[in-house]
Design a protein around this ligand. Structure first.
Ligand SMILES: *Cc1c(COP(=O)(O)O)cnc(C)c1O
Length: 497
């Protein structure tokens, strides 16, 4: 069965999987969604015996139906190799009665690596398949982790260039250093004077700019996206939920068919949407718990059915979740509106014009799969300290948000399902916040001293990704106003002075 992808804003706009990956965003500003969610028609007991790569193949071939078996297998074996510091790729750590699915063992030590190590291969394969003559320019807005993971994935990939916009004062020191030291002739990293939503909105505008598109084509370029709006990022993220189920089954932690809860620290709603797709494929998942930080727009949405972005934007210790416009929620809205592009387009128009929309009661009823919660800055810090003291396990701030939300959820509901908590970043990436949560006296130490101290405390050696930036020279120092994003793009592509 061939799976086609259509835009969430116009049902007539249908393309193949490879075309959807190349385009990134649909021309009408919508996101591509699979017209059906394929069934995971493999016995669960077989999952238990599969490697990460085998699981990836079984999941991805069901979605990316116009890729051949050879193409997909090649993409998978190039992506999930020794760039990861463990053969398991996504190991599970049991602590305090929950299963922390560590998604940070890739090149840039955040979960974005899970998808961004394969996206460049999917994209260049898709370009060849579609006889794309233009050089692909990846435009990306980042709240900190996507940028580095995309840069690492696309650096020096022939036929591609990558431009990353990040909020100058909205990422951690380590995150910024990781990006501005990026090597590769085809890479460009630019700080903007604004927050992540400004960067994301700016990038979406560039995608929608018809004149720019024309000019690019004449100069031999076309845009694509490495953000989680690209279906080529979402599909690889389904894999690790399926894999986690198999590992728990293999370890005898759950019985075959037993349902699990999945808890996801959420920003742009990509990671949790992948878990939702896994559930819809037939993976035995009971509830999907969406965890927010103090930017709790999603929590409020799940409570009230009103999505309201008109609120103060807060900078928190979990910057990759500092987001008020969660792009991928659009895919869920489309789905619960009965796969109705017209209805969805109306909600999205309301969001951009008035800053809010309210879903119908009927739509709200379909949201019972989801639960929501949020953690304050104090609760996040407390959670880090708690897990360290009870289990000697050091988690990052994002994972701590999820862990704390779930702790309170379990206390309130008594829900006893086994729970997989998506552990989305290495604590080394947020060393200052993590170490000062454990003991405030650490605040006086400098960043790299803190990193060494963390290694002593956690017994986990400092990852290569961190060692590399200790001494690496800064190669990108451009900081611009939001209005100048377009000319910065043209400048990097040498389309204007
Ligand atoms: C991106 C990111 C998130 C949020 O994931 P979404 O898919 O955007 O919801 C959470 N934690 C970390 C560490 C991230 O990098």
């Amino acid at each position: 069965m061939e799976i086609m992808y259509s835009s969430t804003r116009n049902a007539q706009n249908r393309v193949t999987a490879s075309r959807a990956i190349l385009n990134g965003l649909a021309e009408d500003g919508g996101l591509y969604v699979p017209e059906q969610i394929p069934a995971l028609d493999i016995p669960l007991s077989r999952l238990a015996g599969m490697t990460y790569q085998e699981t990836a193949f079984e999941v991805m071939r069901r979605f990316l139906t116009d890729f051949t078996e050879e193409e997909l297998k090649r993409c998978i074996s190039c992506a999930y190799d020794s760039k990861f510091d463990t053969e398991e790729i996504a190991p599970i750590h049991e602590a305090d009665g929950n299963y922390y699915l560590e998604l940070f063992h890739g090149a840039t030590i955040a979960f974005k690596d899970m998808a961004l190590s394969i996206l460049p291969y999917l994209m260049t394969t898709a370009a060849a398949k579609n006889q794309e003559k233009h050089e692909i320019v990846i435009l990306t807005a980042t709240s900190g982790d996507t940028g580095k993971a995309a840069l690492a994935g696309f650096a020096d990939v022939p036929g591609t260039r990558i431009i990353v916009f990040y909020p100058k004062d909205g990422v951690s020191r380590v995150q910024e250093k990781q990006m501005v030291t990026q090597k590769g002739e085809n890479t460009c990293v630019i700080g903007i004077k604004g927050n992540f939503d400004d960067a994301q909105t700016g990038v979406k505008k560039l995608f929608a700019d018809e004149d720019l598109k024309q000019e690019l084509a004449e100069a031999g370029f076309c845009f694509s996206s490495a953000n989680s709006i690209n279906i080529g990022r979402l599909v690889p993220q389904i894999v690790y939920y399926v894999y986690a189920y198999g590992r728990l089954l293999a370890a005898g932690k759950i019985a075959e068919g037993e349902k699990i809860n999945v808890v996801v620290p959420t920003g742009n709603f990509g990671n949790i949407l992948a878990a939702f797709y896994a559930k819809n494929m037939g993976l035995p998942i009971e509830r999907l718990i969406c965890a927010s930080n103090e930017n709790k727009v999603l929590f409020d949405f799940f409570q009230t059915g009103v999505y309201d972005r008109k609120r103060e934007f807060k900078l928190t210790s979990s910057p990759s979740m500092d987001i008020l416009i969660s792009s991928n929620l659009e895919r869920l809205i489309y789905r619960i509106a009965g796969n109705d592009a017209e209805k969805n387009a109306a909600f999205m128009a309301a969001l951009s014009q008035t800053g809010e929309y309210r879903i119908t009661d009927e739509m709200k009823k379909v949201l019972t799969d989801f639960g929501g919660g949020y953690a304050t800055e104090e609760q996040t810090a407390e959670e880090i300290r708690h897990l360290y003291e009870s289990d000697g396990y050091v988690i990052d701030t994002h994972t701590a948000v999820a862990s704390n939300v779930y702790r309170r959820y379990r206390e309130e509901t008594g829900d006893s399902h086994a729970a997989v908590i998506a552990s989305t970043a290495s604590p080394y990436k947020f060393a200052r916040s993590v170490m000062t949560a454990i003991d405030s006296a650490y605040d006086s130490m400098d960043d790299f001293a803190l990193i060494d101290e963390m290694s002593v405390k956690s017994g986990v050696s400092v990852p290569k990704a961190i060692e590399e930036i200790r001494t690496a020279p800064v190669l990108h120092d451009q900081v611009i106003e939001i209005e100048n994003m377009k000319s910065a793009v043209k400048c990097f592509l040498r389309m204007e002075r």
